[in-house]
Design a protein. Sequence first.
Length: 279
Amino acid sequence: MSFYPQPNKYQCGPFALKYALVMLGVFASEKSIARKAGSSWWHGTDEIGLSVAAKYYDCRLKYFRREIGEDAIKVLIQHLKRGYPCILSVDKWGHWITVINWQQGKFIFIDSSKPKVINIYSAKQLISRWKYIDPDDEFKSFDGYALIPNFKPRTRARFTLAKARYVMQKKNSDLAKHWDTYFNDLISICKPRTATSIHTISFGEFLRRYEKMIIEEVVYWHGIPSSSELRKIVDKMKFIADVYNLIIYIDEHKKALVDITSLLMMYACGKYGMEKIYG
């Protein structure tokens, strides 16, 4: 349920919808989506199947089509600015990709056919791959679907160019692979920021205040993991909390301290084990 390539060529549709849902804070496996969309190895996944699967997750796919590349880009940007990830038909209607943001003239998109699934294109690069020309009458079109939730998302991912490039780095492949695990742990500790959120601090500010103490306690009591190793885990938590704009209420600081410390200790025990205590 995280950022990794598709194992089979015909699964691009379920993967594209999966990544669009992740942007809305909804995590579903590509296998579950494929079953609901009726995907198969002989014809892949069509737009009807994707719409059926999207409906199951209380979303709808809004179709848009333009004959001129520049017009298609304008519509795509409008949807992205509204917070709607867009699934595009590319490679002559042979593949689906998910465009998740537009910033500084660049499009951030997820392509499950690539070893590094998160990619960045200019408008010109995207138009070149997006363009479909009918072989019979040479009719040209650009086809896409905006994923629109029928509910108010708890939080939306904010993938900037800098964040996309960070996740694209090989050293951060573990973060991409376990994205949903980090998110699900954090959402049980933090809350999404809203317009009415008061008496709160960001997760980053929480770590600025307490990270050193938390890590020192885990290192002291377990004895094996180094501070730098645990800090890398905490940095990944902070990155995802920043992407989803997660906060902690002031009166929940003590609980958050216990939760984060417990997670790090479970990580240490899971990786290094520990001897039985108290008998």
